[in-house]
Design a protein around this ligand. Structure first.
Ligand code: PEP
Ligand code: MN
Length: 352
């Protein structure tokens, strides 16, 4: 049997349309894990997630409970009959999770960005055709890297493979914790039409009030399901507290979600509009960052007794921006108008 390519991947046979995977960001205690699972099972969720090895940006924080969390996931399976899912990032994680009979392994965004780690994981799951692997997009917006990560798992003979869109990190302050850049999962969908692609609104939004609108948006755009972080007491959660919702909140969201059967034409238009929205979010975030720097410059000029208006500097900036605009095929009059508006606001900020 030859190796599967991403265009041949078949949908996962996980219950639910949409598929809902829910559970805490992290398993913290046996009780917290079981409470979440019981509450989720009672509202019809069939797949339970909990991270036990947590990739944290800074050392010293809560890094997960480790191997003992596997026993809690086994308990969840026994008590509720739910499928269990956890994140793996190393060969040791994979071996321990496979030995514990975990049903679904997911690869986190920091790991799918690293081909060496992906290859190690692929080698560790080699031949385990009973396992389901979900590959989250890499932290950076690189479709090839995402596809490469998926292909490594396929090359290992694992056929139950799906993808999870969790947004892409960007510098500066943004509306979202991770920019959705919906065109990237959409391109993945075009290349792998049969593959199950889920959306993780929790890590995209980073805030609980964004979970519902992002979930609806994802369903409108044809995602096959959602992975949503759920905790019985989100404010006390040891990781990702701001974005977790309670099982009750998940139930209300589930009840309100509208499943639309969009035509391809509508989907195409929705995607284009979505890209406009993404661009506008980026524009606003960049403008906010620029004005912040302007205010710092204003402060600096005040401290050093410099004039706010320095016409020669502005003329140079404008000249450079017009040349840059031309390379990007932007209309010079338009570039001039935009730059003037930004400059005026910048000066106003500096005079404040
Ligand atoms: C998670 O699912 O808890 C997680 C760490 O996700 P990501 O890899 O998307 O950051
Ligand atoms: Mn999390």
């Amino acid at each position: 049997m030859g190796t599967l390519s991403i265009q041949d991947i078949q949908p996962l046979d996980i219950d639910g349309s949409p598929i809902i995977i829910a559970g805490p960001c992290s398993a913290e205690t046996e009780q917290q894990t079981l409470d979440a699972a019981l509450a989720l099972s009672a509202i019809g969720v069939k797949v339970f997630r909990a991270g036990i090895w947590k990739p944290r940006t800074m050392p010293g924080g809560f890094e997960g409970v480790g191997d003992k969390g596997l026993e809690w996931l086994q308990l969840v399976k026994r008590e509720t009959g739910m499928l269990t899912a956890t994140e793996v990032a190393t060969v040791e994680h994979v071996n321990a999770a496979l030995a514990a009979g975990i049903d679904i392994l997911w690869i986190g965004a920091r790991t799918s960005a690293n081909p060496f780690a992906m290859q190690d994981i692929a080698n560790a799951v080699h031949g385990h055709d009973e396992i389901t692997v979900l590959v989250k997009n890499p932290v950076n917006p690189d479709l090839e890297l995402w596809i490469g990560a998926i292909q490594r798992i396929l090359n290992a003979g694992v056929t139950r493979v799906g993808a999870v869109h969790r947004g892409f990190s960007a510098a500066g302050e943004h509306l979202y914790r991770n920019e959705p850049q919906w065109h990237i999962p959409f391109d993945l969908r075009r290349m792998a039409p049969g593959m199950t692609i889920l959306c993780d609104p929790s890590h995209i939004g980073g805030r609980r009030e964004l979970v519902e609108p992002l979930s609806q948006q994802a369903l409108d755009m044809g995602f096959d399901g959602l992975m949503i972080e759920t905790h019985c007491d989100p404010d006390q959660a040891l990781s990702d507290s701001a974005q977790q919702i309670t099982p009750e909140e998940l139930k209300s969201i589930k009840d309100r979600l509208v499943i639309r059967s969009g035509t391809p034409v509508e989907d195409e238009l929705a995607l284009l509009r979505q890209q406009i929205d993404d661009c506008d979010h980026e524009l606003l975030a960049v403008l906010a960052r620029r004005m912040k720097v302007s205010r710092e410059i204003g402060q600096f000029k005040k401290t050093h007794n410099l004039r706010v208006m320095q016409p020669q500097r502005y003329q140079n900036v404008l000249k450079n921006r017009l040349a840059e605009g031309e390379r990007l095929a932007l209309d010079p009059d338009f570039v001039k108008r935009v730059m003037q508006a930004i400059h005026e606001e910048s000066v106003r900020q500096q005079l404040d």
